[in-house]
Design a protein around this ligand. Sequence first.
Ligand code: NAD
Ligand code: TDX
Length: 368
Amino acid sequence: MARLLVTGGAGFIGANFVHYWVEQYPDDRVVVLDSLTYAGNLASLEGLTDCEQFRFVKESIVEKDVVATLLREEQIDTVVHFAAESHVDRSISGPADFIDTNIVGTHNLLQAARSAWLDSDDAPASHRFHHVSTDEVYGSLGPTDPGFSESTPYAPNSPYSASKAASDHLVRAYHHTYGLQVTTSNCSNNYGPYQFPEKLIPLMIVNALEGKLLPVYGDGSNIRDWLYVEDHVRAIDLVLKKGRVGETYNIGGNEEWANIDIVNRICAAIDTAFVDDGELATRFPDAPAAKGGQTASLITSVKDRPGHDWRYAIDPSRAQNELGFRPQHDFAGGLASTIDWMLNNEAWWRAVMDGSYRDWVTKHYASS
Ligand code: NAD
Ligand code: TDX
């Protein structure tokens, strides 16, 4: 039986990880530590908060003492570290929070883990610190460059990716210097249920349903390698179970798509959904598809993101060969599931976007 501390477990990937873990490993203890920024939602952990193996703690990883106390009190032997400021555009308009959470927060966790696991008489017999990172630390690729491998030099271009790169280096240093048992995964762009509608795919879906413009940065030719979130979560499980301590693993979907192609696919899928289900026109009367129009009419080219990386792609060889990891969802299937999920979970995205779930959080977790 493992005792996990999952930081950022109320965010997009963290929440998917927690749902997966509780179902797969019902005997494990799962403690979520999340400060519930705009991106963290208890609504994403629905059904778990009453579950005995699960505990939610609303605190920040920047609070050193909180983390140290929690590791000891809960006898944590495994940290899975998702908590981060994660949106590139926000890092451009306000980098300071990214430095605090992604760098200082990660360092606090490492310090607390070192103290509880390496410098304590009642340390668990074995431990693991798994750090969830991104392919953006490697910078940008040209059209014919090979995908990022674990030995590709770091070249972060945004304040977000620079802060993640710094955290990766700290994790590595705590292994080499102190012997902390760490692993790191650097993953490509995720999509799927519970993703906050500021990232490309959920934003385009929500805007299409509400008849708002679909803002495509620049000429829309930028390419990302897309992975359905459930596959990322399985990959982390494999790293925890089979990964070599001290190593990093690049995780990708082998699904490279240009932004404009993704937006066009979303538009076409929404047009079809409105034809198939007459009720959608009543639920979303402002959507062009509700009036027999084309969702693609909303696509608008807007000013490019400063320093916009052109292409990301992953060389998945190590994860394939060492962990046996293969994505189970292709992009067509994953995108269709994501659109279905958004259509069936309107209450979730409306609540997280207008912040109304926060009243409930304040009442229940004010003093945790
Ligand atoms: P997210 O923004 O959806 O969620 C982040 C979570 O962290 C939120 O619940 C937020 O409340 C919490 N958080 C933020 N600051 C905190 C703090 N100081 N203390 C405690 N909790 C805090 O992010 P995500 O997309 O789920 O990403 C999770 C991790 O995966 C991040 O580390 C990110 O860098 C990495 N990653 C994301 C992607 C992607 O495509 N989304 C791809 C690769 C790697
Ligand atoms: O409105 C938009 N229009 C647009 O053209 C938005 C929000 C994005 N884009 C473009 C920018 C990117 O080329 O779409 C692409 C994807 O953008 P994001 O969803 O913001 O993701 P990205 O910048 O690629 O970073 C994501 O993947 C790696 C996550 O946000 C990071 O947390 C993760 O590490």
